[in-house]
Design a protein around this ligand. Structure first.
Ligand SMILES: Nc1nc2c(ncn2[C@@H]2O[C@H](COP(=O)(O)OP(=O)(O)OP(=O)(O)O)[C@@H](O)[C@H]2O)c(=O)[nH]1
Ligand SMILES: [Zn+2]
Ligand SMILES: [Zn+2]
Ligand SMILES: [Zn+2]
Length: 255
């Protein structure tokens, strides 16, 4: 029996089959009003349960003085690449642990493991986001007392990870310049939920029509106080500001 979430050992085989959000239900057939209400109620229950478990995670992380970030983006924006470079550059200064969320494969976890940082992979199967329950069990693999910063790489998806609190201090949204400057207004929930926006792959700007100023204006339209840093984890440009932001956050949690 799991104290935090009330699940037994056998429950863990069924996590991915819990009815999720609307995407788990086919919408190609007519829904009666009853069905619609029931779906809504299930969604509310799932989010309420998630919020409760996220609160537990946050209390646990807070007691350990852990700085926790939830990295969100569309697939391929560079979350793992940013982590790889950050972990290598800050090795010896900050103790990290990394939770990797993907639907399938442990490729990202293998890339992180190559840096020497403790990592645990969570495969969500059909699920398109991490939830607080998965994170609560995921961190059982780490010595949190020996950790300064926990990085959680969410499933590449700009939609529902916005709704699922994991107990993090901040959501960090990564947007690469190859995706187009309009993403913040197309997926406003995600950019509203994020406290920091990393605009990645700026080494590619000379080859693209990406309008950096417009992108920043769009992000501030959905979240006026969002912090924005421009980075390239290929050239290393801008990474020092990100490292300073990390160090400041970690120090603040310790005191
Ligand atoms: N030119 C350039 N390429 C980059 C940069 N960052 C990442 N990439 C490339 O972008 C591709 C995707 O990077 P990943 O780090 O795997 O992206 P991700 O967000 O972790 O992807 P998912 O886990 O699938 O959501 C890789 O081929 C990287 O080499 C960058 O700053 N500049
Ligand atoms: Zn559990
Ligand atoms: Zn990745
Ligand atoms: Zn989802």
């Amino acid at each position: 029996m799991c104290i935090d979430c009330g699940c037994g050992p056998t429950d863990h085989h069924h996590h991915h089959h819990e009815p999720g959000h609307a995407q788990d239900h086919g919408h190609d057939h007519g829904h009666s009003h009853d069905q619609g209400r029931r779906t809504l109620r299930i969604e509310e229950d799932i989010l309420a349960k998630n919020n409760r478990l996220a609160g537990n995670n946050r209390a646990r992380f807070g007691a350990k003085g852990l700085f926790v970030l939830n990295l969100v983006s569309s697939p391929g924006s560079g979350k793992t690449s940013i982590l790889e470079r950050t972990l290598r550059d800050l090795a010896g200064n900050i103790a990290f642990a990394v939770l990797e969320g993907d639907q399938q494969t442990d490729q990202d976890a293998a890339r992180i493991a190559a840096t020497g940082v403790p990592v645990h992979q969570i495969n969500t199967g059909a699920g398109c986001h991490l939830d607080a329950h998965m994170v609560g069990h995921g961190v059982e693999h780490f010595d949190l007392d020996a950790t300064d910063i926990l990085m959680i790489e969410n499933v590449g998806n700009l939609v529902c990870p916005a709704a699922f609190d994991l107990g993090e201090d901040h959501k960090v949204a990564v947007l690469s310049v190859t995706e187009g400057e309009d993403k913040p207004i197309k997926y406003p929930n995600m950019f509203h939920a994020a406290d920091l926006l990393l605009i990645n792959k700026i080494d590619l700007l000379p080859y693209l029509d990406f309008d950096l100023e417009k992108c920043k204006a769009y992000a501030r339209q959905v979240k006026p106080d969002i912090q924005i840093l421009e980075v390239s984890c290929k050239s290393g440009e801008g990474m020092e500001k990100w490292y300073a932001w990390l160090a400041q956050g970690a120090n603040r949690k310790k005191t």
